[in-house]
Design a binder for this molecule. Structure first.
Ligand code: FAD
Ligand code: NAD
Length: 478
């Protein structure tokens, strides 16, 4: 039997960050991972998808220059892609980062057990490792088991019906790709596969794409999809499919009852993810649930003493950086620090074309809380750097939402090429409690996209009452 201070289940961005921090704090720590270190994010999520999206973008740039003239660049022959080689390049990045995680755990003196953990009570599990069954008993348990792709009845995964994991490792470009669900994964990967040559059709149950984002942010993406020839079926569902090994024949029913029959080589189901709560003895641990998720408080404590849960297992947003922030916090709490998880500024990025970012409150979210706001917006088409990068196409902008009374920044959103790299500044502004005047008073580098944030803040101040501006100006300074 292994006795340890801290036992972490899951080597994703939640679990491995928790384990590394616990180890750095000198806590005796064991981490159990059934698959590969890095979890969903590194092995079959964030990193592989962004690699593929990048490769697809490079190919698309070259394609646009064929026979024509883009930025004065003309390409004679149409470019081609060897997807197997692209996937091998992506796998190289994954392997390198996986080794990086192994190295971090080793330096922090974390003991890693490879195998599936099954709990018999809240503090004891057995792990079926290659070398036999190990029993581990811990003082503190951190559950970071993550999530898995949700499936749909009648569209169970298998053969040509695939999840995001399989599509990231295809060796051939599917001629016809049918995507069910126009959320993050469906549109990020649908866009990438359109760029690498698939004919892409998207079926979305709700009335618009990316229904969890406020609509103005999604319109540039919709324009891109339409111009790129992606077929969208909105307020629609796949009612039935017939599948062979080689293809799927799908019947799509729209909200008005219209039926469309489609054929596809691959059907990608991306209708959300569900927490991984089955098959490892959760029922023996007597923790309270919050719907399908494990219920936790603001310190990620479950209802069972000294059992914490983090990441996708505990609910939305199901994002890697949220999992890591919670993991770090829980390790520090066990180490004796006083911490709590403040979810005010968890940024989100959708790596579509163009990209969308959001942090803090959007205008509809602020309105729903009856907050009086000023909103400043600046179009990327008026930003010099955006023009040199073609980043303002499709109607991109930066938008800042601030309280009307004291101009405190509540939220920042943007849509445009490359805007994912701006989100750090947006998040810092909210985290530091910045006012619009602080953004105004910060000298932004020219020419960069960050100037659009400055200009959005200026636009917000122009909309604000002049007397409030005077108060802020007098009260400001160091
Ligand atoms: P996971 O990363 O899911 O890790 C859980 C680990 O626990 C797994 O490795 C699993 O094998 C292991 N495990 C589970 N049960 C057991 C057990 N009983 N015994 C042993 N091991 C076990 N998020 C972003 O922030 N940005 C992105 O760009 C992004 N892109 C994504 C793209 C795709 C295609 C997908 C699918 C997801 C993406 N995400 C992205 C979401 C992100 O991957 C997750 O939010 C993140 O991985 C959650 O981390 P986690 O540590 O909670 O769980
Ligand atoms: P999602 O929640 O983003 O989108 C699911 C979509 O499927 C929604 O638009 C929903 O209306 C639709 N849908 C649901 N049932 C349907 C049905 N029967 N028919 C048609 N449409 C249906 O989920 P996802 O795209 O699977 O991604 C899962 C999670 O992974 C995300 O919520 C996010 O947390 C994470 N993720 C993040 C990133 C990123 O940060 N860039 C990228 C990919 C995934």
């Amino acid at each position: 039997m292994i006795r340890t201070k801290v036992l972490v289940i899951g080597g994703g961005p939640g679990g491995y960050v928790a384990a590394v921090r616990a180890g750095q704090l000198g806590l005796d720590t064991v981490l159990v991972e059934a698959s590969r270190l890095g979890g969903t994010c590194l092995i079959r999520g964030c990193i592989p998808s962004k690699a593929l999206i990048h490769a697809a973008g490079r190919l698309d740039d070259v394609k646009r220059a064929v026979g024509g003239d883009t930025l004065g660049i003309a390409v004679r022959e149409p470019p081609s892609i060897d997807l197997a080689r692209t996937v091998a390049w992506k796998d190289g990045i994954v392997d390198r980062l996986n080794r990086g995680v192994q190295g971090l755990l080793r330096s922090a003196k974390v003991r890693v057990l490879e195998g599936w953990a099954t709990f018999s009570d809240a503090k004891t599990c057995t792990v079926e490792t290659g070398g036999g069954v190990e029993t581990v008993r811990a003082e503190h348990v951190i559950l970071a088991n993550g999530s898995e792709a949700a499936s749909l009845p009648g569209l169970e995964f298998g053969g040509p019906v695939i999840s995001s994991s399989e599509i990231l490792s295809l060796d051939r470009v599917p001629e016809r790709l049918l995507v069910v669900g126009a959320g993050y994964i469906g549109l990020e990967l649908g866009t990438a596969f359109r760029k690498i040559g698939s004919e892409v059709t998207v079926v979305e149950a709700r009335e618009r794409i990316l229904p969890n984002w406020d609509e103005p942010l999604t319109l540039p993406v919709k324009r891109w999809l339409e111009r790129a020839g992606v077929t969208l079926h909105l307020r629609a569902r796949v009612e039935a499919i017939e599948r062979t090994d080689a293809e799927v024949r799908a019947t799509v029913r729209a909200g008005d009852g219209t039926i469309t029959r489609l054929r596809a080589d691959k059907l990608l189901v991306t209708v959300g993810r569900i927490p991984q709560t089955r098959g490892w003895g959760l029922e023996t641990m007597a923790v309270d649930m919050n719907g399908p998720f494990i219920r936790v408080d603001e310190r990620c404590r479950t209802s069972m003493r000294d059992v914490s849960a983090i990441g996708d297992l505990v609910g939305e947003p199901m994002l890697a950086h949220k999992a890591s922030a919670q993991g770090r916090m829980v390790a520090e709490l066990i180490g004796g620090a006083r911490r709590r998880f403040d979810a005010v500024a968890i940024p989100a990025v959708c790596f579509t074309d163009p990209e969308i970012v959001s942090v803090g409150l959007s205008p509809p979210e602020a309105a729903a809380r009856s907050l009086e706001t000023v909103i400043g917006q600046f179009p990327l088409s008026a930003n010099g750097r955006a023009l040199t990068l073609e980043a303002g196409e499709y109607g991109g902008f930066v938008r800042v939402v601030a309280r009307r009374d004291d101009h405190r920044v509540l939220g920042v959103q943007a849509v445009g090429a490359h805007v994912s790299e701006l989100v750090g500044e947006f998040t810092l502004a909210i985290e530091m409690g910045a006012l619009l005047e602080d953004i105004e008073g910060t000298i932004h580098t020219h020419p960069t996209l960050t100037e659009a944030f400055h200009d959005a803040a200026l636009s917000g101040l122009e909309h604000a009452a002049p007397e409030v501006r005077t108060i802020q100006a007098v009260g400001g300074g160091f």
